[in-house]
Design a protein around this ligand. Structure first.
Ligand SMILES: Cc1cc2nc3c(=O)[nH]c(=O)nc-3n(C[C@H](O)[C@H](O)[C@H](O)COP(=O)(O)OP(=O)(O)OC[C@H]3O[C@@H](n4cnc5c(N)ncnc54)[C@H](O)[C@@H]3O)c2cc1C
Length: 373
């Protein structure tokens, strides 16, 4: 019997999603009632501690659940990643009252997004230009955020900006005056994840909306939040690989060409072997990162970058191989493998692109050489 308390929830998620993910992808829309029902059970941010209404799951258990969600629907998993990243940012940078108030909402059905990226600040988040200006008992937020996952569904958006020359995260209600949210039209992947441009124009909020009162190093704020996002995306990619392996394996076993099952053609079997190897390698590297996270190991940050890099490249490669095995059978929007292929490519771009992850890992190798480890 498994020790993962989220296993029953995973089975329930399978039943709730059913065969609807294809239609969600084609329509570019997730059912909000499902998101809110999952959120109200704490399942969109399962690691929130019990004292704040959460399930208090370990990173390992939460990761396995995230992989399961990713195998069903990457758009749904993306919303889960955003909710978890918002919760983690609030947990790390909020004071006690903010943790109680906001985390209570995120485990009761409210939905959240996290907004770093701007038109001129993609990989280089030190260029964030959003301002949070103190004005009496209030703060006033101005800026534009792009490609914000889940913003189309969110009640709260954790907006990263600058206050007095330092980094700050402010919790902005999506209904606040001066906030406009506009969906990205026709995204190429994770099409139902609600990616949006968020414009903030003289948005006036009480100072209590600024997590911890503000004033942290921007790089520390971003690294902390992204660490959660990276490990979550990495587990999501494990799910993509599992969905591809199942679909490609079944297709290759059942389809015959020239009187022979595709799986018995060695060049096709090679694709299946590589997919399996990718799925296994991605799983192991995610488990390593989650164990480092759960043990609060000093290796944690590098382990999350490694997991994200290995899993997303494996998912992009593996989903391409799955398309090759299914050929025309996967060449249609909504098909699990077609979705996987489009979704996985985007996972190589976000939460630190492949190149940014490579730079971080290369920097780490220099540390290893210098310390002789
Ligand atoms: C599906 C999706 C979901 C997203 N969700 C969110 C979200 O929820 N919140 C949020 O804030 N943002 C989100 N983003 C934005 C995402 O974080 C950025 O797209 C990402 O950081 C890359 O920035 P960019 O697209 O501006 O590319 P650029 O930074 O312009 O990079 C373009 C290319 O140049 C490379 N490059 C850039 N700088 C360097 C360098 N120094 N060295 C080597 N190569 C470099 C990059 O790796 C990339 O290949 C999302 C984006 C997508 C596509």
């Amino acid at each position: 019997m498994s020790d993962n308390p989220l296993e029953a929830a995973a089975a329930e998620l399978t039943a709730r999603v059913g065969d609807r993910a294809a239609a969600w992808d084609v329509d570019g829309l997730l059912p909000e009632d499902l998101l809110r029902a999952l959120g109200a059970r704490g399942l969109l941010c399962a690691e929130v501690p019990a004292e704040y209404g959460g399930l208090g799951a370990s990173s390992l258990h939460s990761g396995r659940f995230t992989a399961h969600a990713g195998s069903l629907c990457s758009s749904l998993r993306s919303v889960m990643t955003s909710q978890g990243m918002a919760a983690w940012t609030i947990q790390r940078f909020g004071d006690r009252a903010q943790r109680a108030a906001y985390l209570g909402r995120l485990t009761s059905g409210d939905l959240a997004a996290v907004a770093f990226s701007e038109p001129a600040a993609g990989s280089d988040l030190s260029s964030v230009a959003t301002t949070v200006r103190a004005d009496g008992d209030d703060v006033v937020v101005n800026g534009e955020k792009v490609w914000i996952t889940a913003a189309a569904y969110a009640d709260l958006i954790v907006v990263v900006g600058e206050l007095d020359g330092l980094g700050t995260a402010v919790v902005v209600p999506s209904t606040a005056e001066g906030v406009t949210i506009e969906r990205v039209p026709h995204p190429s992947g994770c099409r139902a994840a609600g990616h949006s441009t968020v414009r903030l124009r003289d948005v006036r909020l009480p100072r209590s909306a600024v997590l911890g009162g503000g004033g942290v190093e921007l790089s520390m704020l971003i690294t902390t939040a992204l660490a959660y996002g990276r490990i979550s995306v990495a587990w999501g990619c494990v799910g993509i690989l599992r969905a591809c392996l199942a679909a490609a394996g079944a297709h290759a076993a059942n389809r015959h060409q020239g009187g022979v099952a595709l799986a018995d053609r060695q060049l096709v079997a090679r694709h299946l072997a590589d997919l399996y190897a990718d799925e296994q390698a991605a799983t192991r590297v995610c488990e390593h990162a989650s164990r480092a996270w759960d043990g609060r190991s000093p290796e944690m940050v590098v382990a999350t970058v490694l997991a994200k890099y290995v899993s997303s490249t494996a998912a992009a490669r593996g989903s391409g191989a799955a398309v090759q095995v299914l050929a025309s059978a996967a060449a249609q929007d909504g098909h699990v493998v077609a979705r996987a292929h489009r979704d996985a490519k985007l996972m190589e771009l976000i939460e630190g692109s492949n190149e940014i992850c490579q730079l971080i890992l290369a920097g780490h190798t220099r540390v290893l050489v210098n310390t002789g480890d």
